[in-house]
Design a protein around this ligand. Structure first.
Ligand code: NAG
Length: 320
């Protein structure tokens, strides 16, 4: 891995990220690539448990690898705070599960987070509130947005409102649907904005990030609502990677009918050991049911994806 251009590094630390414009509903952020044009980031999901269930150990390894690879930013695939999101901007969980855990010098970069279904059980607006950014400038969580890093563009999608069962549990968990209803309009606006943003993208590589799975051999399995509504847009626009959390594992699925890689990084804390089922073993390229995280290195010529466990051992490496 080439070492970053120091000018950019200093500028990046000062500015963090820059908000450029908002086309339609999707806000856009710009990340400058390194001098050699490359972009490197970590992906972590399903993590906020006040350091428990190996969250601290995962954070430590992320720091070591993040420093070694000179990462540009961190992506969180959601379920940021267990069990029920944040109660408000003053919820101590923000300190206990984020600020005081990801302390390694290698992790002092911008974080880009989506919401998971557990985050929807709390005060959603609190996680989106700029007050959190004042407490820790690394934090940025929005429902759906775009990060443009020139050679690669990342499209973050709020997937929880697509899942029927969260709306159909009268006695189940309470979700904060403020600013989501009416649901149909929320879906159609989001999918239209995503489709046009993908069509306008001039990036060499396109990555879509959401909390819920599209394809997964884990406990939750596929998300039929996303297979029906999100997958066709991803396929029509030549997206290279779909990255999610939700299943507490690390995995890669690749099917013969499309070049898209379905990557799960949901091993940020509690893992569900033992559950794996996928009809076609040819397609399940990698599955690890313990804790860990993923790195993505992007250059003009290739993408490298690596999965690490809590000891920093590489479990899987894929490149295109
Ligand atoms: C922490 O990780 C180790 C190594 O993978 C594992 O053996 C242990 O069960 C994990 N602990 C918890 C609480 O998940």
């Amino acid at each position: 891995m080439a070492v970053g251009w120091n000018g950019h590094l200093v500028l990046g630390l000062v500015l963090g990220f820059s908000l450029v414009s908002s086309l339609g509903e999707l806000e856009r952020f710009v990340e400058s690539p390194k001098g050699d044009g490359s972009v490197t980031f970590l992906v972590i999901g399903d993590w906020g448990r006040r350091g428990n269930y190996n969250q601290t150990e995962v954070a430590h390894q992320m720091g070591i690898i993040g420093e070694k690879l000179d990462i540009d930013f961190v992506v969180s695939t959601g379920d940021n705070f267990y069990e029920d999101g944040l109660t408000g901007v003053d919820d101590p969980a923000f300190q206990e599960s984020f600020v005081n855990i990801y302390t390694h010098p290698g992790l002092q970069k911008q974080w880009y987070s989506v919401l998971g279904n557990h985050d929807y059980r709390g005060d959603v607006e609190a996680q989106l509130n700029p007050t959190l950014r004042k407490m820790d400038s690394r934090w940025l969580c929005l429902r759906s947005f775009i990060v443009n890093a020139k050679i690669v563009e990342l499209f973050f999608v709020d997937t929880t409102p697509f899942v029927d069962k969260y709306f159909a549990e009268p006695k189940g968990d309470v979700h904060d649907w403020s600013n989501v209803l009416p649901r149909k309009r929320y879906h159609s606006n989001l999918l239209e904005d995503l489709d046009s943003a993908l069509k306008e993208s001039r990036a060499k590589w396109k990555i879509v990030v959401g909390h819920h799975t599209i394809k997964s051999a884990g406990e939750h399995g596929n998300t039929p609502e996303l297979v029906a509504q999100l997958l066709p847009i991803i396929q029509a626009n030549n997206v290279d990677l779909y990255i999610n959390g939700h299943d507490h594992c690390l995995q890669r699925i690749s099917t013969s009918d499309s070049p898209i890689q379905f990557l799960t990084s949901g091993g940020g804390s509690k893992a569900w050991r033992g559950h794996v089922s996928w009809p076609n073993p040819e397609e399940l390229k990698f599955y690890y049911d313990g804790q860990g995280f993923m790195t993505v290195q992007v250059t003009e010529a290739q993408i490298d994806v690596v999965f690490y466990d809590i000891e920093g051992q590489v479990h899987h490496h894929w490149s295109v």
